[in-house]
Design a protein around this ligand. Structure first.
Ligand code: TTP
Length: 290
C-alpha cells in the first residue's frame, strides 16, 4: 500500500502563522506537524510515502525529511499548483500510486490511540475485498465537518458536508483507504460549487457502490484536525499533557521507526548522535539506555 500525505492548502484560517510557513510544518507542541502523520504511516506499516505540497514550501520539506531513509521509509514529493481540492491528490499522485492501493492522510490531522494499528489492519482486510475504508470520530460540533448519515442499524448511507440537521455526530476524519480504482474515480469528479474536487463526492461514490467501510474511533482515542488556532492549541496541550504523564513522546519518528523495525539500533544511534543537545535528544538517549 502506498501512502499520500496531503500538505498543501492555503491555511487561510491560520493566518498570519501560515504567512510564515506551511501549515503542516507548524510545531504541535515539540515537533513539526508533519512528524505526526508520518509516524501514523509508520505505525500502519506504510513505507512508500508521497508528500504533496505547494511549490514554495517543497524545499523546506525536502530539507527536513530528505528521502525518508533516516526513518526507514521512502519519501517522494509532488507539487499541487493550487488548492484544487483534496481529491486532486489521486490525480497528482497517479504515477506514484501506479497499480497499488492507497492510504491518504490529511497533513493537518493527528491520530492517537490504541486503535490506530487496528484501523490499518482492518483497512488492509477490506482492501482484500476491494472495499474502501474511512475513519469517523464522534464530535459535538458536527456541523463543521463531513458527517456520516447513518440508518437505524448504523449503516452508512451517505456523507453530508457541514450539515445543518443532525444526521449523526460522527465526523469523517482525514484518514482514507482506497482500492486502486480511486484514481479512475477521481478522474471522473467534477469541481464543486467552491471549485474543488471534493473527497466527500469520491467517498459517496464508494458508499453508493456498497464498497465503503466506516470505522468509528474509540472514545479514548484522539483525533485533531488543526484548521484553527484553537484546535492547534488544543492539540499541542493534549500532546504535552500525554507526553508528560506517560513519559513517552507522540509522533517521535526515530522512536517509532525503531519500535516498528523500520530502522535498526545502529541507524537509531547514528541519528541520535547527529542531534544537537536538547530534551528531544535526551529522550532518545534514554530509550537506548532502556
Ligand atoms: P483544509 O483545512 O480544508 O484547507 P486549508 O488547509 O487550505 O485551510 P483553510 O480552510 O484554513 O484555508 O484542508 C485540509 C487538509 O488538506 C490540509 O492539510 C491542507 C490539505 N489540502 C491540500 O493540500 N490541498 C487542497 O487542495 C485542499 C483543499 C486541502
Amino acid at each position: 500500500m502506498k501512502g499520500i500525505i496531503l500538505s498543501g492548502g492555503s491555511g487561510s484560517r491560520l493566518h498570519p502563522i501560515t504567512k510564515a510557513t506551511s501549515k503542516q510544518l507548524i510545531p504541535v507542541y515539540d515537533k513539526p506537524m508533519i512528524y505526526y502523520t508520518i509516524s501514523t504511516f509508520i505505525e500502519g506499516g506504510i513505507k512508500d510515502i508521497l508528500i504533496i505540497t505547494n511549490k514554495e514550501y517543497l524545499p523546506i520539506y525536502k530539507k527536513i525529511l530528505k528521502n525518508g531513509h533516516d526513518f526507514g521509509v521512502k519519501i517522494s514529493y509532488e507539487i499541487q499548483q493550487k488548492p484544487n481540492g483534496i481529491a486532486e491528490a489521486f490525480l497528482i499522485g497517479k504515477n506514484f500510486i501506479k497499480k497499488d492501493e492507497v492510504c491518504l492522510i490529511l497533513g493537518d490531522n493527528i491520530f492517537y490511540g490504541q486503535d490506530i494499528k487496528f484501523i490499518f489492519k482492518n483497512s488492509y482486510q477490506n482492501l482484500n475485498n476491494n472495499i474502501a475504508s474511512i475513519v469517523g470520530k464522534e464530535v459535538s460540533n458536527f456541523n463543521m465537518y463531513g458527517v456520516a448519515h447513518l440508518d437505524k442499524r448504523n449503516k452508512l448511507l451517505k456523507i453530508i458536508e457541514k450539515p445543518k440537521k443532525k444526521y449523526s455526530k460522527i465526523a469523517i476524519t482525514g484518514l482514507y483507504f482506497y482500492p486502486n480504482d480511486v484514481v479512475h474515480k477521481a478522474l471522473s469528479l467534477k469541481p464543486s460549487k467552491r471549485n474543488e474536487l471534493e473527497i466527500t463526492d469520491l467517498n459517496n461514490i464508494y458508499i453508493k457502490e456498497k464498497r465503503m467501510d466506516l470505522y468509528v474511533l474509540k472514545k479514548e482515542s484522539a483525533w485533531f484536525d488543526m484548521g484553527t488556532h484553537e484546535s492547534l492549541l488544543e492539540a499541542s496541550m493534549y500532546i504535552a499533557a500525554i507526553e508528560k504523564r506517560q513519559n513517552q513522546k507522540i509522533g517521535c519518528l526515530e522512536e517509532i521507526a525503531l519500535a516498528n523495525q523500520f530502522i535498526g539500533i545502529k541507524k537509531f544511534n547514528q541519528l541520535v548522535k547527529m542531534l544537537p543537545n536538547c530534551s528531544y535528544k535526551d529522550y532518545l538517549i534514554n530509550i537506548i539506555k532502556k
